[in-house]
Ligand binder design. Sequence first.
Ligand SMILES: Nc1ncnc2c1ncn2[C@@H]1O[C@H](COP(=O)(O)OP(=O)(O)OP(=O)(O)O)[C@@H](O)[C@H]1O
Ligand SMILES: [Mg+2]
Length: 255
Amino acid sequence: MTRDSRGKYLSPHLVRTTSESLTGAGFSVITLTRVSKDYPPRGLALEEVSLHIGKGEMAFLTGHSGSGKSTTLRLIHMAEKPSAGEVRVSGFSSQLVSGRDIWKLRRRVGCVFQDFQLLPGRTAMENVAFALEVTGNRRGEILPKASRLLAKVGLSAKSGALVHELSGGEQQRVAVARALANEPLVLLADEPTGNLDERASRGIMELFKELNAQGMTVLMATHDLDMIRKYPRVRVLELNEGRLAYDSAAVAEPN
Ligand SMILES: Nc1ncnc2c1ncn2[C@@H]1O[C@H](COP(=O)(O)OP(=O)(O)OP(=O)(O)O)[C@@H](O)[C@H]1O
Ligand SMILES: [Mg+2]
């Protein structure tokens, strides 16, 4: 059984998945074509997953623990290669991509994680500045750019605070600002609200919605069904034991 975005159960035969999905948002920026990922001896973490995510689209990637959400995000980030099938992101193909291209691609894909992964003992500003530094921004540009990014995530007032002086929600905002440092086309978020209370989670979701309204493609893994229900207009992709079991953008036809 699969659910629609409001948690209503749908019979699987009512749901079209894979390449028939409508993106509803123009060109595909992320395309998975019959992607499988094998982790021997465990077996397949993903099995023949096909999906398109359009430029400027926002989607939740949901499913039980172990269903393959993080694996999917790692493949899209090209941190790993699929065992079979093809991942295409912004014109780069997992089958053709070289070491140098992977770095170009990663600049177009920002990532945010459940545990924020900030540099401890540094300020919010330093964390964002560091990301700008390592990606080759000119010295004189770094601080103004970091300030603009922190303003964008609503954290200007806390830019001088050390990371451990910030709340979880504020730390996640720093992580989002850092992920935006390269002006990515795509923002991937792996359970970004997993360590946050309801109010802070809502704040992060609103921030993602805002970024999406400005044209950013956003794919967010979450198993928080309450959160998904609160955003019924956001596309839902559901994995079940490594297979794409439901796509709300696919047209559900009546019996
Ligand atoms: N590097 C790895 N080596 C071996 N098995 C792995 C590896 N990464 C993931 N797996 C396995 O693949 C399956 C999918 O894992 P994945 O982390 O993608 O799930 P998930 O949906 O993100 O789960 P969660 O909600 O707990 O984060 C799991 O059974 C996991 O044990
Ligand atoms: Mg995961």
